[in-house]
Design a protein around this ligand. Structure first.
Ligand code: S6P
Length: 576
């Protein structure tokens, strides 16, 4: 998944909002493509389902012995955010049954990374191990689930290596979306292992079920490397299928079966169909958000319950993915940190981007809201409709550019009366109706969450594409703040300029250090030093590309880029 660009979206940068949504639909449906014709496992492959069953059995044992054991999920960026979302949901489900919570999450960079981009800790395997030891203190049995979509994060590799060294306590599971042989083989500073070598050791142990690998192919991302999209969705699908089976086994004595796990996963396939059957509604949202971003205004997600979390997550990903400012797309959750219930509690003191409650929106944002901003209400029929209505009215006083994403259960007429009032206040309402059977099978929440994720990913991706942030299907203005991103930037420069690797890296360094002549100190520093320095530089990759294509000096390149900040146009102009 990591390095390939998806041929389906090669021209996404020049597509209309409607075509963008259609392309995303085709990309997402690749997740459920069957194995035929490929040698790689897919999401619904027998082997994947079998492994999920084994993992579910381990989780079942842990739920029955919560004092001495736990399930830990860990990842960087989106993978860590998904670890948080999933652990929150399943812990809540356990509490509702008066059972002890068994799930914990680790996100590289700590809780601040749930809401902001912290790319550097991804490179630190030791930090991963420290975090893991802390979470597992006193536990005798730990099911560790490391999530790295590209099988690449050193933070996770360190944790898996630690588990492999302590098999008496830890059983490692790896979730990712690359074939094992494509795991990253780049040396990790001060370590004897690479991600690839860890995967090889796990493959050996997997034969005796002492380790588990869950790595189906899901097809390349619509925007190259944007694993927040399919990577995140597939992570959610796989882990929820396994945990749901474990919960059903403990609470209602339903045995963990192949068919049970498969059926749960297929409910997500239906989720895609239900969601994308609303292409027109999603297109309207993409257009509205695109227009807001195009005129440097903002998009706000106001959500209730766990769906609000998906808004927070989607918004926080815009800055690392599109080089956006945190104010461009923002999420707010009813109940703020109380509802979030994260490890470290309220993070408000860390700065304005950590204000996430609806009250914060009312105090900080509402007074300056204009009709160029787009506001999205995200809620379900079980949320307090009076409250949603009040919020809608407050927003409506400032702007008509208010939209709703509303999930209702089939045949739920009681809720629809109040819903009508809200609908009248909104410019558009994306109404997603779920069949009653989803209510019964307990998959409703998971389906609504995935559906919301797909819609919001489409809105923020589509809006940034319309803003001109993408070239073909590559994000050019990516941050270069860890080794993965540094390598990606170099590859991208090679691809777009056709210059040799060495020259591309040289241009990249010039743009990072903002000089025309690199000093020996700069060229002899390691990648970590470069990526640390790059934290304070902007437009690094576009600048490097302009330098490569035109031979201009840094100052010249900077001034041209200022005149034409839309990277798509800028690049097109220099390339032909
Ligand atoms: C990707 C996102 C990143 C990744 C992170 C972890 O859209 O912006 O933050 O989630 O780099 O990647 P991986 O491959 O280890 O899951």
């Amino acid at each position: 998944m990591g390095k390939k660009s998806n041929p389906l979206t090669r021209d996404i940068d020049r597509a209309s909002a409607y075509s963008i949504v259609k392309m995303l639909q085709v990309c997402d449906s690749q997740m459920f493509q069957k194995e035929a014709g490929t040698i790689y496992q897919r999401l619904l492959s027998d082997q994947v389902v079998k492994t999920l069953m084994e993992v579910a059995k381990r989780v079942e044992v842990i739920i029955k012995d919560p004092q001495e054991s736990c399930v830990v999920m860990s990842g960087c960026g989106t993978s860590g955010r998904l670890a948080f979302l999933i652990s929150s949901g399943f812990n809540k489900a356990l509490s509702q049954l008066n059972q002890s919570e068994v799930y914990s999450y680790i996100i590289a960079g700590g809780d601040r990374a749930l809401l902001s981009s912290q790319e550097a800790p991804e490179d630190d395997p030791r930090l991963g191990v420290l975090n893991l030891k802390k979470v597992c203190e006193g536990k005798k049995r730990v099911l560790f689930i490391g999530i790295s979509c590209g099988l690449s994060a050193p933070f996770v590799a360190g944790q898996l290596d630690f588990c492999l060294q302590h098999p008496e306590v830890y059983t490692p599971v790896l979730v990712g979306f690359n074939p094992a042989h494509q795991a990253r083989d780049e040396p990790i500073q001060d370590c004897t292992f690479t991600f690839h070598s860890v995967v090889q050791r796990m493959q050996e142990l997997a034969k005796s079920q002492k380790a588990f690998l869950i790595n189906p192919a899901v097809g390349p991302e619509a925007i190259s490397g944007s694993s927040r999209m399919k990577g995140g969705s597939a992570t959610k699908i796989l882990l929820e299928a396994a945990f749901s089976a474990a919960h059903a086994a403990t609470s209602s004595n339903t045995p963990i079966t192949h068919n049970g796990v498969l059926q749960h996963m297929m409910a997500y396939e239906r989720t895609l169909a239900v969601t994308y059957s609303q292409t027109d509604g999603i297109t309207t949202l993409v257009e509205a958000a695109g227009q807001s971003l195009q005129c440097s205004r903002h998009v706000y997600y106001l959500g209730w319950g766990s769906l609000a979390l998906l808004g927070l997550i989607d918004a926080s990903e815009c800055s690392p993915t599109f080089g956006a400012d945190y104010e461009d797309v923002r999420g707010f959750i009813r109940g703020g940190y109380r509802e979030l219930n994260n490890n470290d509690g309220p993070l408000t003191s860390l700065g304005p981007k950590f204000s996430i409650a609806h009250e914060d929106f009312l105090h900080l944002i509402l007074p300056c809201l204009t009709d160029k901003d787009t506001v999205l209400l995200i809620y379900t029929h079980s949320d307090d409709a009076t409250e949603v209505g009040n919020m809608a009215r407050r927003v409506r006083e400032k702007t008509p550019n208010l939209h709703a994403v509303y999930h209702q259960a089939d045949g739920d007429t009681a809720a629809s009366l109040q819903q009508d009032d809200i609908k009248k206040l909104c410019l558009s309402t994306l109404k997603i109706t779920w069949p009653q059977e989803a209510l019964v099978s307990g998959t409703l929440q998971h389906m609504r969450e995935l559906s919301t994720k797909l819609v919001l990913n489409a809105v923020s991706t589509g809006a940034h594409v319309l803003k001109g942030k993408i070239y073909q299907n590559h994000m050019i203005d990516l941050q270069v703040t860890n080794t993965k991103l540094y390598r990606r930037a170099t590859r991208l420069l090679q691809k777009l300029s056709a210059c040799p690797e060495e020259k591309c890296e040289e241009a990249l360094l010039k743009a990072i250090y903002r000089v025309d002549m690199l000093t020996l100190e700069m060229t002899s520093s390691d990648i970590t030093t470069h990526t640390c320095f790059a934290r304070n530089s902007t437009k690094v990759v576009p600048l490097a590309l302009v330098i490569l294509l035109t031979g201009w000096s840094l100052v010249e390149a900077e001034s041209h880029l200022k005149q034409q900040p839309i990277v798509r146009e800028a690049v097109a102009q220099w390339m032909w």
